[in-house]
Design a protein around this ligand. Structure first.
Ligand SMILES: *Cc1c(COP(=O)(O)O)cnc(C)c1O
Length: 369
């Protein structure tokens, strides 16, 4: 079976985890500090590690003052994590459409859904592409909105020569098992907003004031105050140890993912009734490789056919506005999203995938079309 995605773990990660286990300090301590320092240097501004990407988004929203009665604009075509992170604050995720070419937020559609309750916009960097990010910041400025970037797909990517996450308001990354780099589970928030930084540092440790500093010294707070809703969202040393080793390999990981995507592009460029995302792989590191089939009927037949050939595929994503939890009378007219969702297909992409396997996948796809 050719997997859609997978973690790729070497002896380096195993040894790093064993070192943490040998030291017998498993929680949040020096490894997390080191990982944060590496990420901070990489982004050129502070990175704060948490237990997963959803927690990063939730904390970022909370620290930006988003809560009950507020609305956050977000594309419906995203992982349910984006929606759950918003609703966890008490705010309502307002489902928006996507640009049919890039599958990132459609600003014209988002514009129509702005109300006096709108507090933020959460662009999702679908497959690693940032879409019209300049347009998003211009839109946010015009409506006085915070921008919480769901950059879960975009670790390693650049835009205009800057690291994604290295500019803008707040960016949240995921290091779950199948993301561009992993720390087992994990994520981080990147921002230079002092107010947000202070809040997330406490809020990831149940709101215990200044506990971060204590834990980085191998201690903990006994005499403390709490003035803010917090959560158990910190990262452990075990996770950070994996993350550090993965981070060291970011350039070879990026290179392999890009080469695979370009190889797919090359194989599929002449194929009728199939299109791939127009991403620039000199700056984007693809997290998923998505194709769009011209008919929804074919999509499901194709999935079936590929499965029978031992090839796993995925659908990123089913629209969130169709899920019971997020159904809302106000969120209508998302036909483009619904239509695209029924026709997209994600093909295998991970750093252990070989070019021969990509050939086999493309051959199998072609014989079914
Ligand atoms: C993976 C992902 C998340 C959440 O990250 P976790 O670490 O799995 O919690 C959020 N948004 C998108 C688009 C993702 O792909």
């Amino acid at each position: 079976m050719i997997k859609l995605s997978k973690s790729v773990i070497t002896d380096n990660e195993k040894k790093a985890v064993m070192d943490v286990l040998d030291r017998e300090y498993l929680g949040m301590g020096q490894d997390v500090l080191q990982f944060e320092e590496m990420l901070t240097e990489y982004f050129g501004r502070p990175a704060t590690c948490v237990v997963n990407g959803t927690a990063a988004l939730h904390l970022a929203c909370q620290a930006a003052g988003i809560g009950s009665g507020d609305e956050v604009l977000v594309q419906s075509l995203t992982y349910v994590a984006s929606f759950q992170a918003i609703s966890a604050t008490g705010a309502r995720p307002v489902a928006c459409g996507v640009d049919p070419v890039t599958l990132t937020l459609d600003l014209k559609d988002a514009e129509k859904r702005v109300t006096s309750n709108t507090k933020a916009v959460m662009p999702v960097h679908y497959a690693g592409g940032v879409g019209d990010i300049d347009g998003i910041y211009e839109f946010a400025k015009r409506h006085q909105l915070r921008v919480i970037e769901d950059a879960a797909h975009a670790f390693g990517a650049e835009y205009n020569g800057k690291k994604v996450g290295g500019f803008g308001d707040v960016a949240c990354f995921s290091f779950d098992g199948i993301k561009n780099i992993t720390s087992g589970e994990g994520g981080c928030i990147v921002t230079d907003d002092e107010n947000i930084l202070k809040k997330i540092k406490d809020a990831r440790l149940l709101g215990v004031e200044k506990d971060t500093e204590k834990r980085f010294q191998g201690e903990r707070s006994w005499d403390f105050n709490v003035s803010y809703q917090g959560w158990r969202y910190h990262m452990s040393n075990i996770m950070a140890a994996i993350g550090i080793e993965q981070f060291k390999k970011i350039s070879s990981i990026s290179e392999k993912r890009r080469q695979l995507a370009l190889y797919y592009n090359n194989r599929l460029s002449q194929v009728k009734n199939v299109r791939y995302l127009p991403l620039d792989y000199t700056s984007v590191v693809p997290h998923i490789y998505v194709i769009e089939i011209m008919s929804s009927k074919y999509r499901d037949e194709l999935r079936e056919h590929l499965m029978n050939k031992g090839i796993q595929t995925g659908v990123h994503y089913q629209p969130n506005h169709l899920l019971d939890m997020f159904k809302c009378e106000a969120d209508k007219n998302l036909l483009i999203t619904e239509n695209i969702s029924s026709r997209i297909l994600s093909l295998p992409l991970h750093t252990e995938l070989s070019f021969d396997e990509v050939d086999y996948i493309c051959d199998s796809l072609l014989e079914a079309l």
